[in-house]
Every structure is written in structure tokens, then in C-alpha cells.
Design a protein around this ligand. Structure first.
Ligand code: GUN
Ligand code: ZN
Length: 434
């Protein structure tokens, strides 16, 4: 549906981070209209204000018993780990060796890569996720497959080939030179094509030699507009290993920083075991942490310190980290984020977490001029959250919730992909494509 059309229902989106402004940082219409023209937001307001102004022949699609919100943004996920999801009994380093590296080997085959990319993207859409920052494998063809599958769905996606030249099976390794040549070929081919962007993707410090980090850091300086995407301080044994491998560096963040890999387009997954100096470097360089609570619990990594991240004003997004994470759902991710902060002695408000999954995620990926809320001119990626998704959700939300905050919180705690009634990408329902 590409001409002018409108959606009518309950609508919520954010203008800023809750807590950061005196006036409400969100816009809520109990009975609102979202107007779409050629895939972009043409207006959003109360039905009372909007309906009179619409030409009489404009289609108005009604969404009863639902909440319309911007598409979810997953700031850290691995598409080649689709089949690794929910693997038993290991923590990070053993999990990589046992499950992940053998599966990633299969992405040398472009046909397999495309099959998984298609399934992965359909899963994202079914979970209301319309944009993600995504790991490929070391094989450039894994990124070609992912971007072709994204193009077929007109999705805004960022992906990159993994660079790693040590401490992994030899059949997954590249070299300092091939990492640069292959990444730059992919940048030339894909970065900025329609809604796609490239991320330089060193797996994590232990799997790159100094020579590779240096080469990748120099490549980063040649391409300042692409992203950098990697892992940081996720697991205690990993951190110990980084201290052994990089004895001349002050700390883990310093390894990336000295090679020129920090910055406003650098997204570091996890950041659980960080010293104050490291938080300060992340803040000074405007770098981003992708908080991945489902993964941190599932592979037993640890509890993320959201309060310290906020004190240092480090930019944050939410990530599912599938397959370390055991769910594609940003609602499940919010649920686990809430519980981790409960264990840390803090309440994570439902507005704050929905902000993190929408506008906060867009800001974390420097995409907020395109997506993240319903300001006029932005790309019309949104989803319809179903207040009646299950009998339990229906009962809790309609009979036992008094206000928006309560409804939203209960939906976040009880919801998953069943609560996503419909996902729209650039003004088109993705039901029609499935
Ligand atoms: N650290 C290095 N590689 C990985 C990975 O694939 N997943 C997670 N969660 N952490 C990593
Ligand atoms: Zn990861």
C-alpha cells in the first residue's frame, strides 16, 4: 500500500529519553491517526484533529484493542546463529567452540546463507523488529545473502562480515589483508544501497591479532560513515583472556580505542565487566553499548550495570544477541532487562524500556533521522501490539490495568511474538509478503 493511507488506534511514540526532559518525552493518543504517504510518515495526531483534514477517499485502517508503536530496533544480533538458539549447557567460550563455530562454517554456502537469512528476517518481522545491527560470518557471501534478503523486504538493516584471524577454527579465519579487502568490497557494493548500511565487524579482541586490529582500525578511518560492531567485556573468562593477550593495553576498551575502533558509530555488545576508566572512554568517544539481557542470563555472563552506564551518559541500545540470547522478541528482552535491574536494586520503567527498543535504538545506531518515532518525514516502520494477544494478556490488560503505564508494563512482561499483531515496513504490511 503505497499511496496515502491512515491507521487509526491507540498510538505511542517517543520524542526523547524519559527522565531527560521536563515535559513528557512521549506522545500518546488514545484515539489517534497515523497518516502514511508513499512509505513515509505524513502526520500523526488525535483522530479529532486529523480525521476532518483527510481527503474523503483516504483509506483508514482501524486497529482496535491495540497499541501502535514504532518498529523495534535490535542493536545486536547474529543471523548465522538462527540454528544455535537455545543450545544447552555452556558459557561463552565453550559455547562458541561447541555450537557456534561449527554452524557458522555452513555459511560458506551461499544457498544455505540465503535460506537462513530469509528465515531470520521473517522471524524478526514476526517479532515486530524492523531494523537490526547484524553479525554475518567471516564469509563475504554471508553478507551478500543477508543484504539480498533485506532488500527483498525493503528493511533498514546494518550488517558486516566478521573479521577474525586467530583463536578460532582455521576454516573460519581470514587474515589482516583479506579482512580489509573483503570488507571494503562489501562496503563498495552495499553501504548506502537503499536502506542498507555496512558495519566493520571484528568478532571480539581475542579473535583478532594486533596486526588485524591495526588494519581494521585503518580501514575504519578510511570509511568514517560505516559502523563498527563488536563484543566487549561480556564474560569474566573472556576479560581475563584479553588481559593475557593484550598485556600492553590498559584495559579491554583501550584495545579497541588504541586501534581507532571507538566512536559514535561503534556499537559494543554487552559491556558487563567495565572499570570506571573504560566507561569514561566510552563516554568521551560517544560510543554505544548494546545491552543484551536475554543473552547475559542465558549463557550466564552476568548482570549489566545500567545505572553506571546512565551516570556516564553512555548511549545504549537493546539487543537480543540471538543465538547467545534465547529469544528474538524485544518484549522478552525488555522483560529480562527489567529483572536484571531488579536484581541490581533498580526499577526500569516501561516507558524507558520502550524508548530503548524504539527511538533509543535508532539513536544508538545513528539512524534517528530516518526511524524511531512518528515524526513527519520519517520512514513508516511500525507495529501493532495486540492487547488481546492471549486470554491472560487480555484479562490482565483490560480488567486489571488502570492506566497506560500499567498496561504497557504488563504487556512487556507477558508479551512475546504473540503480542505482535502486524508489522509494517515503509508503510507496507509484512503479512502480505509472508
Ligand atoms: N563473543 C565473541 N563472539 C560472540 C558471539 O558470537 N556471541 C556472543 N554473545 N559473544 C561473542
Ligand atoms: Zn553477540
Amino acid at each position: 500500500m503505497n499511496s496515502l493511507h491512515a491507521h487509526r488506534g491507540e498510538i505511542l511514540y517517543f520524542l526523547d529519553e524519559p527522565d531527560r526532559r521536563a515535559e513528557p518525552s512521549w506522545v500518546y493518543h488514545q484515539d489517534g491517526v497515523l497518516l502514511i504517504e508513499d512509505g513515509y510518515i505524513a502526520g500523526c495526531g488525535s483522530s479529532a484533529d486529523m480525521l476532518d483534514q483527510l481527503p474523503s477517499d483516504v483509506a483508514v485502517i482501524k486497529h482496535p484493542n491495540a497499541l501502535i508503536v514504532p518498529g523495534f530496533i535490535d542493536t545486536h544480533v547474529h543471523y548465522p546463529q538462527y540454528n544455535v538458539l537455545a543450545a544447552y549447557g555452556t558459557q561463552l567460550l565453550e559455547w562458541l567452540e561447541t555450537y557456534t563455530f561449527p554452524e557458522e562454517r555452513k555459511f560458506a554456502d551461499p544457498t544455505y546463507a540465503r535460506l537462513i537469512a530469509d528465515q531470520f528476517l521473517d522471524e524478526l518481522i514476526g517479532n515486530g523488529t524492523t531494523t537490526a545491527l547484524v553479525f554475518g560470518t567471516t564469509h563475504p557471501q554471508s553478507v551478500d545473502a543477508f543484504f539480498n534478503a533485506s532488500l527483498a523486504r525493503n528493511l533498514r538493516m546494518i550488517c558486516g562480515k566478521v573479521t577474525m584471524d586467530r583463536n578460532a577454527p582455521k576454516w573460519l579465519l581470514d587474515t589482516p589483508q583479506s579482512a580489509v579487502t573483503e570488507s571494503e568490497n562489501l562496503i563498495r557494493q552495499w553501504h548506502g544501497k537503499q536502506r542498507l548500511g555496512y558495519a566493520i565487524t571484528p568478532r571480539f579482541a581475542p579473535t583478532s591479532s594486533d596486526a588485524q586490529l591495526k588494519a581494521v582500525g585503518e580501514m575504519r578511518q578510511r570509511h568514517p560513515d560505516v559502523h563498527v560492531h563488536t563484543h566487549l567485556a561480556e564474560n569474566a573468562r573472556e576479560c581475563e583472556w584479553v588481559r593475557e593477550l593484550f598485556p600492553n593495553h590498559d584495559n579491554y576498551v583501550d584495545v579497541y580505542h588504541q586501534y581507532g575502533l571507538t566512536g559514535s558509530k561503534s556499537v559494543f555488545a554487552h559491556g558487563i565487566y567495565l572499570q570506571h576508566k573504560e566507561w569514561q572512554t566510552l563516554a568521551d568517544t560517544d560510543s554505544v553499548i548494546a545491552h543484551c539481557p536475554t543473552s547475559n542470563l542465558f549463557i550466564g555472563s552476568g548482570l549489566f550495570d545500567l545505572k553506571t552506564a546512565e551516570q556516564y551518559q553512555v548511549r545504549l541500545g537493546l539487543g537480543t544477541d540471538v543465538g547467545g540470547g534465547d529469544s528474538f522478541s524485544l518484549l522478552r528482552t525488555i522483560n529480562e532487562a527489567y529483572k536484571i535491574q531488579q536484581l541490581n536494586g533498580h526499577d526500569l520503567s516501561p516507558f524507558k524500556s520502550l524508548y530503548m527498543a524504539t527511538l533509543g535504538g535508532a539513536r544508538a545506531l545513528s539512524l534517528d533521522s530516518h526511524i524511531g518515532n512518528f515524526e513527519t518525514g520519517k520512514e513508516a516502520d511500525f507495529l501493532v501490539l495486540d492487547y488481546h494477544a492471549t486470554p491472560l494478556i487480555k484479562r490482565r490488560l483490560t480488567a486489571a490495568a488502570d492506566n497506560l503505564q500499567e498496561k504497557l508494563f504488563a504487556l512487556q512482561m507477558l508479551g512475546d511474538d504473540r503480542a505482535i499483531r502486524e508489522t509494517w515496513v515503509m508503510g507496507t504490511s509484512m503479512k502480505t509478503l509472508r
